[in-house]
Design a protein around this ligand. Structure first.
Ligand code: HEC
Ligand code: HEC
Ligand code: HEC
Ligand code: HEC
Length: 460
């Protein structure tokens, strides 16, 4: 039986509950540990622009390449980026997603743990996720799973490790004599470990305090892409999982039949083989590309998220600052009577129906999306919601020209006010991948009034 929320069903290709931590499972020749983490609230890419990576719903397409009996799914934590109301909603959804995806073990950072406690998820009556968290600084917690590969038992230990005190005093298990068929994988606590590791060479740092028993270390991510931080054959394999759930990291574990071997050199940086004792580790990072299929239960879970967001008052309670000089936004329709030509041109562009676009995908009440698809969400006198401020829906004249209340009142005698943001405020590399390098083509599509303020363009 799958662990389910009401109305949701099993993700494709998963066959049942996670095996108990010590159960021995049969396998062929390779064990695979998949790592994700550092979602930072990213459930899926915004879809503004083509070629975006990521999305919880795409994870099964990667996980299911390996039979459930030969894989371990590990979430390394840092699920959310803040502690506001929307982050709470996201945390709940991410927690449910990890359950639907049948994660074997979930490491929580201090912030994650605080959120989970606040939301009562740790005392959830449903079969809970296996949560891994070291109780205090300098302490560790271990999750163990045994597998059988080619008739030999392999033990995989996933260790949660609280720094920085541990830097001075590694926990006891690390110092124990190393079993050649055990893989010890350490997860460094993301939030807590940042200050002390800044500017220190990862390799040196880790080698200075890690005993030989540690084969692999998951290091905090400073980049969106996963990074391999160690040199092959030189101490433990160290990598970071990247940010915003754009990739899945894959650690292949095989036993070398020849016995203790030497390190192999790597052909590409993303495809590196590490070897300690009889066990060979093989690291790859897999981008969650757009073309990968979405898993239906996770797609439904995202819809559920959108509904919760829609029913919340996140738009209404969005923080707002006053505009300079007591200005407010007047709305594009109020410009029409004097600037008809510009208005007609604008009406033909995507800007004029940008909120409609969000409606089509169900995100028209999500402030994280609405922000760039309407006029003035972060300001007093800007968009609140469609009922209260229908005239400020969509990207309008004032998104580029600034708030126009005074300009309208004075019939054009004072120019529209500030702010007058640049295209790149919204056309960011993430939201508009094509923009950089094609500014002129974009401009051509929106340009109106080739002669600025020419008499013919302005009706007096
Ligand atoms: C009552 C008529 C009227 C309305 C309504 C009006 N404008 Fe104007 N607008 C003018 C006039 C007149 C000028 C020309 C001023 C000049 O050339 O000095 C002008 C000029 C402009 C310019 C060019 C400013 C410059 O410094 O080059 C912009 C941009 C503009 N308007 C935007 C808007 C926007 C946006 C709105 C709606 C919020 C709007 N206007 C509403 C009459 C109007
Ligand atoms: C307030 C945010 C914002 C600003 C500022 C902005 N855009 Fe856009 N732009 C959008 C959004 C949102 C869309 C997508 C509209 C849709 O299809 O729903 C878009 C779409 C476009 C498109 C495609 C429209 C079409 O009709 O296919 C072009 C071209 C474009 N923008 C050019 C520009 C240029 C040039 C600037 C600066 C002069 C600019 N934009 C400023 C938000 C913005
Ligand atoms: C930083 C500003 C910004 C944010 C935030 C933003 N968008 Fe957009 N969105 C844009 C821009 C700019 C475009 C036009 C991109 C282009 O044509 O290059 C766009 C286009 C789109 C499109 C049209 C894509 C197409 O194929 O024509 C969709 C759908 C969309 N956004 C959905 C969303 C959703 C959902 C969210 C929230 C998760 C969101 N946007 C958040 C700026 C933003
Ligand atoms: C995506 C950004 C954007 C939007 C939306 C936009 N404009 Fe403009 N507008 C521009 C740019 C860029 C120029 C050219 C400025 C220049 O040439 O200095 C311009 C020029 C103008 C001018 C002066 C030039 C002229 O001869 O017409 C007016 C008036 C104007 N816009 C009014 C409007 C009105 C009214 C709307 C809404 C119906 C609007 N604009 C929507 C970006 C925008």
């Amino acid at each position: 039986m799958c662990v389910l929320a009401a109305s949701l069903s099993c993700p494709s290709g998963t066959t049942g509950p996670a095996a108990p931590a010590t159960q021995v499972v049969q396998s062929q020749d390779e064990l695979v540990v998949f790592f994700t983490g550092n979602e930072l609230g990213s459930l899926r890419p915004c879809g503004c622009s083509g070629g975006q990576l990521g999305g919880l719903a795409k994870r099964p397409a990667v996980f299911d390449r390996v039979p459930a009996s030969r894989r371990l799914l590990v979430e390394t934590g840092s699920l959310i980026a803040g502690e506001g109301e929307q982050e709470l909603i996201k945390f709940r959804i991410l927690h449910e997603a990890l359950r639907l995806l049948n994660y074997d073990v979930v490491h929580l950072t201090g912030r994650d743990f605080g959120m989970a406690t606040r939301l009562g998820l740790l005392s959830d009556p449903q079969p809970p996720l296996h949560i891994l968290q070291a109780p205090e600084d300098g302490q560790s917690a271990v999750f163990t799973r045994r597998f059988t590969v080619n008739g030999r038992d392999i033990t995989v230990n996933i260790v949660s490790f609280r720094s920085p005190a541990a830097l001075m005093e590694p926990p006891a298990f690390v110092l124990q004599p190393h079993d050649p068929l055990t893989v010890n994988i350490l997860i460094l606590d993301y939030v807590d470990s940042k200050p002390w590791m800044e500017g220190r060479p990862t390799d040196l740092l880790l080698r200075s305090w890690l005993a030989p028993g540690v084969e692999c270390v998951i290091y905090p991510s400073a980049t969106d892409e996963p990074r391999l931080l160690s040199n092959p054959g030189n101490g433990p394999l160290v990598f970071s999982v990247g940010r915003f759930g754009r990739y899945v990291c894959r650690l292949g574990i095989t036993i070398e039949p020849q016995g203790p071997g030497r390190a192999e050199s790597a052909s590409e940086p993303s495809d590196i083989k590490h070897q300690t004792s009889n066990i060979k580790l093989h690291f790859t990072s897999i981008p969650l590309e757009e073309k990968l299929p979405d898993s239906e239960p996770l797609v439904r879970l995202y819809r559920q998220y959108q509904q919760v967001v829609a029913q919340s008052d996140l738009l209404e309670s969005h923080p707002r600052v006053p505009l300079p000089k007591g200005l407010v936004f007047a709305g594009s329709a109020s410009c029409q009577r004097c600037h008809e030509a510009e208005y007609d041109q604008w009406s033909t562009t995507g800007h004029s129906h940008a909120l409609e676009t969000l409606k089509k995908v169900g995100s028209d009440r999500d402030p994280e999306c609405v922000l760039c698809h309407v006029i003035g969400l972060p300001y007093e006198g800007g968009f609140v919601n469609e009922a209260k401020t229908p005239h400020l829906a969509n990207v309008g004249c004032e998104n580029c020209h600034g708030p126009g209340s005074e300009h309208v009142l004075t019939a054009g005698q004072t120019p529209p006010g500030q702010p007058q943001p640049a295209c790149t405020t919204c056309h960011t590399p993430e939201q508009s991948g094509e923009f950089a390098g094609h500014e002129e083509e974009f401009m051509k599509k929106i340009v109106h009034g080739k002669e600025p303020a020419a008499a013919g363009n302005v009706k007096h």
